[in-house]
Design a protein around this ligand. Structure first.
Ligand code: GDP
Length: 193
């Protein structure tokens, strides 16, 4: 798939009605803070800063919709599991994610769950996976930062991750080198065509 255009459409919060106008195929991007979610999205759309990092204050407490190729949406969700933010704020994010990912009203064609391949899955990732499997969402697991370790170490980690997640699409990825980009885009294209 070739990405021709990408633009910010709007940010939504937990009380928004998302059943109305967002009818195009939608990919929801989730991940713990700092796994490289913003970098992955930016690498997919070939832009340096379409999406801002979760370490930047501002647009990060909402779900940001981007229109891609005038055909589908990328929904960028707030990063979770960040120990340094206040408990109240963390709870707000948890509620927002649970509402959005768990609601049958929301059109989501697949959830792109990003992890750091060098770290693997953390408890907060398992919580999200459980929620997603419970509602029957399609999940593509993106194991990012594959450039940071040697090939063998990455293979080992990928096998371990496969063992714990079971049947799920899994892409070894690097936002830095763009390894895995074509594979991920092809998987996404298959889901919407
Ligand atoms: P977010 O909080 O999940 O949106 O993460 P960011 O996209 O802001 O990335 C967090 C940090 O990881 C930044 O310093 C990025 O430069 C770095 N990073 C993201 N993706 C990669 C990658 O594929 N390889 C390497 N080596 N670093 C990455």
């Amino acid at each position: 798939m070739i990405i021709k255009s990408a633009q910010f459409i709007k940010g939504i919060i937990g009380t928004a009605d998302v059943s109305g106008d967002m009818k195009k195929p939608t990919f929801a991007f989730v991940g713990r803070s700092n796994v490289g979610k913003s970098s992955v999205i930016n690498s997919l759309v070939n832009r340096k800063d379409l999406v801002r990092s979760s370490s930047t204050p501002g647009r990060t407490q909402q779900i940001n919709y981007f229109l891609i190729n005038d055909a589908f949406y990328f929904a960028d969700l707030p990063g979770y599991g960040y120990a340094k933010i206040p408990q109240k704020q963390r709870e707000k994010i948890r509620k927002l994610l649970a509402w959005y990912l768990g609601s049958t009203e929301v059109k989501i064609d697949a959830v792109v769950l990003i992890i750091d391949v060098n770290i693997g899955l953390k408890e907060s990732d398992f919580d999200i996976l459980e929620l997603l499997h419970g509602i029957g969402r399609k999940v593509i697991l993106v194991a990012n930062k594959a450039d940071k370790s040697g090939k063998n170490a990455v293979h080992k980690q990928i096998s371990l991750i496969k063992q714990v997640v079971g049947a799920c699409e899994l892409v070894s990825y690097s936002a830095k080198t763009k390894q895995g980009r074509e594979e991920l885009l092809a998987l996404m294209e298959d889901l919407v065509s």
